[in-house]
Design a protein around this ligand. Structure first.
Ligand SMILES: Nc1ncnc2c1ncn2[C@@H]1O[C@H](COP(=O)(O)OP(=O)(O)O)[C@@H](O)[C@H]1O
Ligand SMILES: [Mg+2]
Length: 221
């Protein structure tokens, strides 16, 4: 990996503001954990903004539909640029302005690591391509901390079944795609060791929450 590709990345600078993301395949528990965390952070008087990717803005939700409801396979680069377009808009319209206040926390349900795992690894564009596409403002903004909820394929399928929704564009993929995705996600903590914490998310929601809270304590002053 060309280390120069990591140089343009930065984290939000307002002291006391905090930018967090949750990552992991479908059913890993992102939405469940984010909801608990949002409740906790509000109880300690933080201003909290929870956003999902793709989407989160009016423009982004339209792109979300274009991707997740697509009936034809999209070229990996077409897919990738739709996500990046949604992300740039979300950063400019919502994330960056919100983080200007010192008591604010932005929590993202998926962010750059999803693009690396899905389009970089599973769709085969490669890590360097994805990093190259994030070199410029505002896409070069990284979270302070990322919780990667790690589960295997079988657990994902079980939990998707129990959730019971119709499968979207990515959920309908076959096992081979999921295995590449999981391998991609698992490679990421090594690349960003200071940012990404991998959590075994096969346990109970309560045990995962405890691990997240223990980690967060050291960051939330
Ligand atoms: N630790 C867990 N153990 C068992 N089931 C879980 C756990 N966390 C979440 N679930 C359930 O699994 C399903 C998927 O969880 P969800 O939070 O929606 O995952 P994601 O947002 O990552 O797709 C939901 O039905 C949820 O209630
Ligand atoms: Mg979810």
């Amino acid at each position: 990996m060309n280390q120069n590709l990591l140089k343009p990345f930065r984290t939000p600078e307002t002291p006391g503001s905090f930018f967090l993301s949750f990552e992991g395949i479908e059913g890993s528990g992102k939405t469940t954990q984010i909801s608990d965390l949002e409740t906790f952070l509000k109880s300690i008087n933080k201003r909290v903004l929870v956003l999902r990717e793709p989407g989160g803005s009016t423009f982004g939700e339209k792109l979300r539909e274009a991707i997740l409801e697509s009936k034809v396979p999209l070229h990996p680069l077409a897919e990738c640029h739709l996500f990046l377009s949604s992300r740039a808009q979300l950063l400019n319209e919502k994330i960056l302005p919100f983080l200007l206040r010192p008591d604010s926390v932005v929590i993202l349900d998926r962010y750059i690591d999803s693009t690396i795992a899905y389009q970089g690894f599973a769709r085969g564009l490669g890590l360097e391509t994805i990093l190259t596409l994030h070199q410029h403002n505002p896409l070069n903004l990284l979270p302070h901390r990322t919780y990667f909820l790690d589960i295997d394929f079988a657990t994902s399928m079980d939990r998707q079944k129990s959730r019971g929704n119709a499968k979207d564009y990515f959920e309908a993929e076959q096992e081979e795609f999921y295995q590449k995705l999981i391998a991609g996600y698992r490679a990421l903590p090594e690349l960003f060791p200071d940012r990404i914490l991998k959590i075994d998310a096969s346990g109970t929601a309560e045990s995962i929450k405890t691990q997240i809270m223990n980690d967060l304590k050291t960051y939330l002053k």
